[in-house]
Design a protein around this ligand. Structure first.
Ligand SMILES: Nc1nc2c(ncn2[C@@H]2O[C@H](COP(=O)(O)OP(=O)(O)OP(=O)(O)O)[C@@H](O)[C@H]2O)c(=O)[nH]1
Ligand SMILES: [Mg+2]
Length: 264
């Protein structure tokens, strides 16, 4: 299996020298692609130096910080062009444990029909460590809102710890994925569902980062809220149309005078 681990980075100079060797040590036969957005702290340079020891480490750079979504789209396109069969998403900040990745890979192997495996904090057995109650609340409320609005049956659709099959990524029109921030994860989950993919969630333990700073911002939350609301309203509208079509809901009856005015 030709596997590509895609790591988006912005100012992760403290984390990449620990994470990358750890991934190569424990995940056999994988290549790693770092997609760095011109980090001022020299993350890309550190990775290029590491690639002297790890020939399967590749680094792509974009000129400025342009969001997680674009970085992943770039990484997926890069890997699809080169024939990778499986794509792993993982944060650079070591919030995602490599040992959980091994469990997710096992789940994927045991369920070959699953196009997407999500490392989930909010499924039975999942957990978070050292995450402030505010961040937990934000994540839980966001996931509840997504479940209510989009009805995808996924407990952690904002998770950034995932495995996609190349087959599924090829079915998703990546160029049409709009999100730049973390709503990218929700949009990709939705696109996977629309493409008819089987999605499984594997419980993981998520740890708050110890080095570097969070890139979470109000703009990122607003983008996610807006997009989920728009998609949800679209879904309810379609459901209503479907209900009308199969006769669950009476069609709107126009008053007599409105009908007669339309008559030729
Ligand atoms: N290339 C790129 N990577 C990004 C960008 N924003 C965030 N990242 C990376 O995406 C991953 C997740 O970002 P984090 O800042 O850890 O976001 P988070 O996990 O929600 O927040 P904390 O863990 O609380 O810091 C990390 O590897 C970041 O370096 C971006 O604009 N461009
Ligand atoms: Mg993080």
């Amino acid at each position: 299996m030709k596997r590509l681990i895609v790591i988006p980075t912005y100012n992760e100079a403290m984390n990449v020298p620990v994470l990358i060797p750890r991934l190569f040590k424990h995940i056999k036969d994988a290549s790693i692609l770092v997609v760095d957005d011109g980090s001022p702290d020299g993350t890309a340079e550190i990775c290029r130096n590491l690639s002297k020891d790890y020939p399967q480490l590749f680094v792509e750079t974009r000129s400025k910080k342009s969001g997680l979504g674009g970085a992943y789209r770039h990484g997926f396109a890069w890997g699809l062009e080169r024939g990778y069969e499986e794509f792993i998403e993982i944060d650079a900040d070591m919030s995602h444990r490599v040992r959980d990745l091994a469990l997710m890979m096992k789940a994927k192997e045991e369920n070959p029909s699953a196009g997407l495996v999500i490392g989930s904090r909010w499924t039975k057995g999942g957990a978070t460590i050292n995450w402030s109650w505010r961040r937990q609340l934000l994540s839980r409320v966001a996931n509840l809102y997504v479940r209510l609005m989009l009805g995808m049956g996924v407990n952690d659709s904002t998770a950034g710890f995932r495995i996609y099959s190349a087959e599924l990524l090829r079915k998703i029109p990546l160029a049409e994925i709009k999100s730049e921030g973390y709503s990218f994860q929700i949009e990709m989950t939705r696109a996977a569902k629309l493409a008819g993919a089987k999605i499984i969630e594997v419980p993981i333990t998520f740890r708050e980062r110890e080095s570097g700073v969070s890139k979470m911002s109000g703009a990122i939350v607003r983008e996610a809220m807006l997009l989920v609301t728009v998609w949800g309203l679209g879904r309810f509208f379609r459901l209503k149309q479907l209900a009308v079509a199969v006769g669950f809901e009476p069609t709107v009856e126009l008053p007599q005078h409105a009908l007669s005015r339309r008559a030729p």
